[in-house]
Design a protein. Structure first.
Lengths: 115, 220
């Protein structure tokens, strides 16, 4: 799949956001948010990240992934709920007019450095 | 010590997709991204579709595959300009990215084009995640694939504007419950229209071509 190219992009984006004064400080943790509806598999991403991080500021750092549940909003009755199974129908009024409010995240949140 | 990054992993792709969308709007080209699993009949569907809409509609085709130029060669025989993207040249990717579309589109004369059709890499997972700057996404599902595919690949069916249920000429020979497939599609995306189609008998083609022409007119 595409986890390796995403791992490389994460390292590029996160690497570019390290300020000059912290360059060379070992990175302890990289915090990500990944929605459960996204087409990225956290275990595969961790595997690829560990390889892609070699010889970068992130070598040996921990990839901390917060998985974001799929939260829906009914556009007919405003009801909001979280789904565990793929069922995009309002469990209150049965409408199929649904907006996905969360669950599509592929976000790089923050970098934690060793003290 | 912690520093905020707050950026999207696919920022580079999304930015290129925005750029593509602006370009296609400026050139008045309607762009459709066709996605499916391998072997669902995308290329045959395209050949038959081009036979119906050319020369009234000026088309260009981009076909994505990991390897081979076979699909582009088939499309070229219809008279439409076609460009093959082989993703192995970029690391064996499982989807077309916005950057690869930008590069391929620069080889077309967009001024004379009404419709750009992108046949994505056969894969029901990854292409759904990558915006290429298209106007609409169409998912093709053939009746030899199993009724529960919409439940197994919900993102693909959430992200599409139309589902084409292909190869319905085979239904008499299969234990396939097309009503069940439609029920599952409704569970994922109740507002998405579904057209039953056969590239062999051309059943359903009138409806599909009408949908396509309406969407092209809406953009102009």
């Amino acid at each position: 799949m595409h986890e390796m190219s995403i791992a490389i992009q994460i390292i590029e984006i996160a690497g570019a956001s390290i300020p000059d004064e912290l360059k060379g400080t070992p990175v302890e943790k990289l915090n990500l948010k990944i929605g459960k509806l996204s087409a990225v598999i956290p275990d595969s991403l961790v595997f690829c990240f560990d390889i892609a991080a070699e010889n970068t500021a992130f070598e040996g750092s921990f990839l901390n992934i917060e998985e974001i549940p799929v939260r829906l909003k009914c556009l007919s009755c405003d009801h909001q709920w979280i789904i565990e199974e793929p069922a995009f129908k309002c469990d209150s009024c049965n409408s199929g007019s649904i907006e996905v409010i969360s669950g599509r995240e592929l976000d790089i949140e923050s970098i934690e450095f060793q003290d | 010590m912690e520093i905020k990054v707050a950026q999207k992993m696919l920022d580079a792709n999304d930015e290129m997709a925005r750029h593509n969308r602006l370009l296609f709007k400026e050139k008045n080209v309607f762009v459709i991204n066709i996605m499916s699993s391998p072997g669902s009949g995308k290329t045959t569907l395209l050949e038959k579709t081009l036979g119906r809409i050319q020369p009234d509609i000026n088309c260009g085709i981009i076909v994505g595959d990991i390897c081979t130029k076979n699909d582009a060669e088939r499309i070229l025989k219809t008279g439409a300009p076609a460009i093959q993207i082989n993703t192995d040249a970029f690391g064996g990717e499982c989807h077309l990215s916005a950057g690869s579309i930008e590069k391929a589109a620069s080889d077309f004369n967009l001024e004379e084009m009404d419709l750009l059709i992108v046949e994505n890499v056969g894969n029901l997972v990854c292409p759904a995640e990558f915006d290429i700057g298209e106007d609409v996404r169409v998912v093709v599902l053939s009746v030899t694939e199993g009724e529960d595919k919409p439940l197994k690949y919900p993102l693909m069916f959430r992200e599409s504007s139309l589902a084409l249920l292909n190869k319905i000429d085979l239904l008499p020979y299969l234990d396939y419950d097309i009503g069940l497939t439609k029920k599952y599609i409704t569970r994922i995306n109740a507002e998405m229209p579904v057209i039953e189609i056969s590239s062999k008998t051309l059943e359903g083609f009138d409806q599909w071509i009408e949908w396509l022409k309406n969407r092209i007119i809406q953009k102009k």
